[in-house]
Structure formats: structure tokens, C-alpha cells
Design a protein around this ligand. Structure first.
Ligand code: UDX
Ligand code: UDX
Length: 465
């Protein structure tokens, strides 16, 4: 089966960039990305490419090339479903905030809504591709809905998890380490797998396209994220020991990373991992383990999250204790709000938790992030429900100039590793701050010697005094 028409439901951080790259690499396939959020679709269609809803280096050029040729963004969901032979589901699957599995299980409400809509609209056989990260065995739930509520058309369900990381999405999509496709082992299942493999084969070498059964594919995504997050929590656990003993976590990372069995990546100590996936996927894994009675397995993975919470907490505690045990009425400047550099995404960003802790101590925070807009920052804080949104707005200000942000501050906290922070005139920043002037570098990106020479009291995560 040769695919000529693809639809993707969900124009978010995953659906948008993934479909843009498929459209770029497969000019003969018509790709339509649909979303129920009209504002988001309008932003994807904006003539000014600076207004795309997702910021990813290189994405604007790809959208410019393919949009209107074979890449379309639309709110006409039914029409796009009807026309497509292959439908990607890329809607969000947040952690449940109510009922059974609250705080742990993935909420599959949107997935189910999509499945019901596909069943209702489809008049010809279709291949459904799970792009959203889902708990193991979700495919069978989708299949159940499709088979029981559809118009007697045949559906094949594939799992095709996305491994792109934000900030490097375009690069990751253009040359993925691997593409994973899980499907039924029946002849029809195999045909569907090969149809999707043929789409990727436009630019991905065959040996990097893995075929597995559906459950292995679904579980591999959760496992990959759990392993990656575990590395960050492991090095962050070491960072605290380093600070106590006078070791330097960066030296430790380098020393162990050169062991080819360990490898050098994902060993950067930080104020804590964020992003929409790590915490959600591990919670999900913990929930699955518990539901099978595998309590030791559940406890093992849960510790990765507890360590991450501790890392954020101890970063803010350290700011308070260093500033003579009170930050009440003191100005703390935040450099960075995004959960990592080169993205405007703030989901689960460590900055949110650190800000919340400091606001509880009555600090006055000023934030600068090169890509995150003011409304997003307030929305993140309001979502916590710790205080009223008026209080959040009165205690925390958002600036669009880093020098203004740091002016008269008692301390600066570096929360995101944006490259531009390294290039600032730190002498000028120092001259305009309260003294002693403190810098708490939660990403370990600034030069200790240079800052100390200027006169700063400099704390770098994972480095002992
Ligand atoms: C999402 C999931 O969070 C993640 O688990 C999965 O791996 C990939 O898809 P992301 O693209 O980052 O990740 O989510 P988000 O940016 O929130 O985009 C989802 C989009 O789906 C939103 O624009 C939302 O409006 C849309 N949506 C949601 C629909 O179009 N229909 C729905 O029924 C629900
Ligand atoms: C992750 C996975 O990497 C990706 O494969 C999956 O598809 C989605 O989830 P993402 O969340 O976009 O991607 O970013 P990632 O680069 O993994 O970073 C996650 C968090 O870990 C960030 O907050 C980052 O700052 C932090 N991190 C990462 C560290 O603190 N140290 C590291 O060494 C690496």
C-alpha cells in the first residue's frame, strides 16, 4: 500500500515538527495537520514564521518550504481524516488529575475521543499510528473502539513512538538514531508496518527502521525516557555528594563518560529535569508496575522522580540559606524559564518549582527568558494554585532585557542553559547589583574564575567550595 495522504491529529510540539519533516522529505505525500485549537492552527499558518507556535531551530525554513505545497494546517478534522489513508494521533496525554490513577496514570481521554471520531468519519480502510506516548496496551483499546463503533472498515493500529528531543527536533527527525514501528504480526499488520516504513525510507536508512510487536514498541518509549531521566537523577544525586566533599561533578561526569560502557551523554548535572515527557512517562511506568503488583519495580522507578524533586528543592533552599536565611523582599533575578535551551516549552520546567518555593519565602522575582512569553510564565505559576494570580503578578515580574532583569538584584539564578547567558557583560551586571552579589548557577554554564574575579559570590551546581 503506497501512502499518498497523511493526516495528523494534534499540532503540538510533536505533531507539528514531525509532520513538517515528513512533508519536506516526501513531496509526493500530502500531509494535513489538524487540531481543535483554532489559535494554534492560525499560528501554524501565520505568514510571519516568527509566530509559529513551536520554536525549534530550523523549523521555520522547513515550514516555509513545504507549507501550501504538501503541508497543510487545518481545523477541519473530519475532512482530513476522511481523505487520509494513514492517520497519526499526536494529541496530549497528560497525567490524570482526577479519579483512579490520579497523579500517575496517563489520561487517555483525548486518545479515545480521537479514536471515536476516526471511527465515525472513516469510510475506507485506514492505518492508525500512535505517535503520542501511551501506556502499554493502549493500541488494543483504540482497536476495540474502532472495531465496535466504526462503519465496518478495517483498521490497522501501529505504534510509532517519537524520540525527538525539543530544541533539536529538526535534527533528530532528519537523522534519527532509529525509527521504531510496532504492529500486528498478521499479514495485514505487516503490510501496514511496511507502508509506514516506506514513508520513513524516503530519508532514513533501512537498517535504522526497527519493526517490533505493538507492545514492545509502546514499552520501549517509556523505557527510553525512564533510562534517560534516571541518568540525570543519578548524576544529580552525585552532585550533592560533590558539593559536600569538594569534588566537581563535571569532572566526575567526564571521567565516567569516557567509559564506553557508560557513554558521555545525559550526564550533565542540573537544577532538575523538566519537559512534558520524563516525569509523565515514569509516573505512567510506576502506575503500570503497581497495577501488576510489581511494587519493587514501581518503587525503583519512582525514586528517579523523588530525586528530581529533591534537586529542585535543595537549589531553592540553598538560595535562601545563603542569603542569610531570608529572601523576603529581596530581588532574585531568574535567567531562563524554559525547561531546556532552544525551546519555548516550559512544561515541568525546574524554574517553576524554584520560583514557587522562593515566592513562598516572599522573594521578589524578575524573570528573563529569550523565548518564553510573559503569559506562559504566569500561566505556569497560576496552574500550581499556590497563591492567587494577583499575588503571582505582584511578586513576580517578567522583563525582556537581561540587564534590567538583574539590576538591583541580590542574587541571580540561572535556570536554563541558554548560550547567550555566557556572552553577557557580567561586569556591568555586577556593578548594578546589590552587594554581596550572588550567582546560583543551576546549569553550570558560567565561568567560575571569571565571575569570582569580577567579585561575585558564585555557586555552581555540583561543585564544592
Ligand atoms: C503530545 C503528548 O503530550 C506526548 O505524550 C506525545 O508523546 C506526543 O504528543 P506534544 O505534541 O508536546 O506531545 O503535546 P501538545 O503540544 O500539547 O500538542 C497536542 C495538541 O493536540 C494540542 O495542540 C491540542 O489542541 C491537540 N488536541 C488535543 C486535539 O487536536 N484534539 C484533541 O482531542 C486533544
Ligand atoms: C525527551 C527525550 O530525550 C526524547 O527522546 C523524547 O522523545 C521526549 O523526552 P525532551 O524532554 O524534549 O526529550 O528533552 P531532553 O533533552 O531529553 O531533556 C529533558 C530534561 O533533562 C531537560 O530539562 C534537560 O535540561 C534535562 N537534562 C538533560 C539534564 O538535566 N541533564 C542532561 O544531561 C540531559
Amino acid at each position: 500500500m503506497k501512502i499518498k495522504n497523511i493526516c495528523c491529529i494534534g499540532a503540538g510540539y510533536v505533531g507539528g515538527p514531525t509532520m513538517a519533516v515528513i512533508a519536506k522529505q516526501c513531496p509526493n505525500i500530502k500531509v494535513t495537520v489538524v487540531d481543535i485549537n483554532e489559535a494554534r492552527i492560525a499560528a501554524w499558518n501565520d505568514d510571519n514564521l516568527d509566530n509559529l507556535p513551536v520554536f525549534e531551530p530550523g523549523l521555520d525554513a522547513i515550514v516555509k518550504e513545504a507549507r501550501g505545497r504538501n503541508l497543510f494546517f487545518s481545523t477541519e478534522v473530519d475532512k482530513a481524516i476522511d481523505e487520509a489513508e494513514m492517520i497519526f494521533i499526536s494529541v496530549n496525554t497528560p497525567t490524570k488529575t482526577y479519579g483512579k490513577g490520579k497523579g500517575m496514570a496517563a489520561d487517555l481521554k483525548y486518545i479515545e475521543l480521537c479514536a471515536r471520531q476516526i471511527a465515525r468519519v472513516s469510510k475506507q480502510d485506514k492505518i492508525i499510528v500512535e505517535k503520542s506516548t501511551l501506556p502499554v496496551r493502549t493500541a488494543s483499546a483504540i482497536k476495540d473502539i474502532l472495531d465496535n463503533t466504526g462503519n465496518d472498515v478495517a483498521f490497522q493500529i501501529l505504534s510509532n513512538p517519537e524520540f525527538l528531543a525539543e530544541g533539536t527536533a529538526v535534527e533528530d527527525l532528519l537523522s534519527p538514531d532509529r525509527v521504531l514501528i510496532g504492529g500486528d504480526t498478521t499479514p495485514e499488520g505487516t503490510k501496514a508496518i511496511e507502508a509506514l516504513a516506506a514513508v520513513y525510507a524516503h530519508w532514513v536508512p533501512q537498517e535504522r527502521i526497527l519493526r517490533t510487536n505493538v507492545w514492545s514498541s509502546e514499552l520501549s518509549k517509556l523505557t527510553a525516557n525512564a533510562f534517560l531521566a534516571q541518568r540525570v537523577s543519578s548524576i544529580n544525586a552525585m552532585s550533592e555528594i560533590c558539593e559536600k566533599t569538594g569534588a566537581d561533578v563535571n569532572e566526575v561526569s567526564k571521567a565516567i563518560g569516557m567509559d564506553s560502557r557508560i557513554g558521555a551523554k545525559f550526564l550533565k548535572s542540573s537544577v532538575g529535569f523538566g519537559g512534558s515527557c520524563f516525569q509523565k512517562d515514569i509516573l505512567n511506568l510506576v502506575y503500570i508496575a503497581k497495577s501488576y503488583g510489581l511494587n519493587e519495580v514501581a518503587d525503583y522507578w519512582e525514586q528517579v522522580i523523588l530525586m528530581n524533586e529533591h534537586q529542585k528543592q535543595r537549589f531553592s533552599d540553598n538560595i535562601v540559606s545563603t542569603l542569610y536565611n531570608t529572601v523576603s523582599g529581596k530581588k532574585i533575578a531568574f535567567l531562563g524559564w524554559a525547561f531546556k535551551k532552544d525551546t519555548n516549552d516550559t512544561r515541568e520546567s525546574a524554574a517553576i518549582k524554584v520560583a514557587d518555593n522562593l515566592l513562598n519565602e516572599q522573594a521578589e522575582i524578575t524573570v528573563f527568558d529569550p523565548k518564553v512569553v510573559e503569559e506562559r510564565i504566569y500561566a505556569d505559576l497560576d496552574y500550581l494554585n499556590t497563591r492567587s494570580s494577583e499575588e503571582n503578578r505582584s511578586l513576580l515580574k517578567v522583563e525582556n532585557n537581561p540587564y534590567e532583569t538583574c539590576k538591583s538584584a541580590h542574587a541571580i539564578a540561572v535556570l536554563t542553559e541558554w548560550d547567550e547567558f555566557k556572552t553577557y557583560d557580567w561586569k556591568q551586571i555586577f556593578d548594578n547589583m546589590q552587594k554581596p552579589a550572588f550567582v546560583f548557577d543551576g546549569r553550570g554554564i558560567l565561568d567560575k574564575e571569571v565571575l569570582e574575579d569580577i567579585g561575585f559570590v558564585y555557586y555552581k551546581i555540583g561543585t564544592g567550595q
